[in-house]
Ligand binder design. Structure first.
Ligand code: PDD
Length: 289
């Protein structure tokens, strides 16, 4: 999936082959930074306000001074798509680090944040969204502040790799049996027509798509209950699904080798997928014959 030529940086646009980062860079050496992954459909951002707001919340939480104001971020992100003539379904990856400085754990003084953002084609995962995916459960060994979208993703990477080795799409994370979220998405359980998900506390990422799922449920009169569920509840679930900017609303049809509900994507999940497409203004539906 091709990356478009021009990257937005804290200074200016730079050709992707010309971006130079010093090796003493806080993001590289400490994971001392934050990021966002923003979805683009046919050259237009989806949920950009939610992402930019979260970016600033993450920056504040780890005390990074942003190199741009919010208005500038909106403007430059718009320019990034224009400069690259992005017309396709894509994603924009944006990261900000505490900057470049001699390696020392404590914050350096007088160092400015580094930023880069690039756009990459990202076709929708149409087949998987139709069929549903498999998942495994794994202990959530992350820190307590997962609401910060930090560059420290090693536990997420390890869990996703284990899922991948088991032939699965995602790892459902749990703390002593209580499901928090997935390695790179939020998790939901459906039982008796109600949607259950971990409350948006500090130990999960408050997903932008999760916010929309909450609204979709409200629109449809489906109770959206911010109560965590247990791994052992999955065997009694009617449906399970996950959400993220890259996976949209994805049915989970098997967990740890056991079928979820009927083993097919369920009614509530389908409704959420339908609402997502309408909300994002997607014309080529996954439901089209
Ligand atoms: N991940 N939880 C975690 C741990 C995530 O990494 C993500 C997103 C989400 C869903 O958030 P949103 O709906 O705002 O995309 C939940 C992105 C896609 C990534 O790291 O690639």
């Amino acid at each position: 999936m091709s990356i478009y030529d021009y990257l937005l940086t804290h200074e200016d646009f730079v050709h992707k082959d010309e971006l130079k980062y010093p090796f003493e860079e806080r993001g590289l050496q400490f994971g001392d930074g934050i990021y966002e992954v923003i979805r683009v459909y046919k050259g237009k951002y989806y949920l950009i306000t939610e992402h930019v707001e979260r970016l600033f919340r993450s920056a504040e939480a780890i005390k990074i001074e942003m190199p741009f104001s919010k208005e500038e971020v909106y403007q430059r992100l718009g320019e990034l798509l224009e400069k690259n003539s992005v017309q396709s379904d894509a994603k924009v990856y944006l990261q900000i680090t505490r900057g470049s400085a001699p390696r020392d754990h404590a914050f350096p003084t007088g160092t400015k944040a580094n930023l880069y953002a690039y756009a990459q084609d990202l076709p929708r995962k149409t087949e998987l969204m139709r069929s549903g995916v498999k998942a495994v459960t794994k202990p959530d060994v992350r820190w307590d502040w997962c609401y910060i979208k930090s560059l420290n993703l090693l536990p997420n990477v390890m869990a996703k790799q284990e899922a991948s080795e088991a032939g699965c799409f995602e790892a459902i994370l749990h703390k002593d049996g209580e499901v928090t979220e997935c390695s790179s998405s939020n998790a939901y359980l459906v039982r008796n027509g109600k949607v259950y998900t971990h409350p948006a506390k500090k130990n999960i990422l408050h997903g932008c798509v999760r916010m929309r799922v909450e609204q979709f449920c409200k629109d449809e009169g489906i109770p959206f209950i911010e109560e965590s569920f247990q791994v052992e509840d999955i065997q009694y679930a009617d449906e399970l699904f996950l959400s993220s900017s890259t996976a949209e609303v994805m049915p989970i049809i098997e967990v740890d080798g056991m079928k979820v509900g009927s083993g097919e994507p369920g009614e509530v999940t389908r409704k959420m997928q339908e609402k997502y497409e309408a909300d994002a203004g997607i014309e080529a539906s996954i439901f089209a014959k």
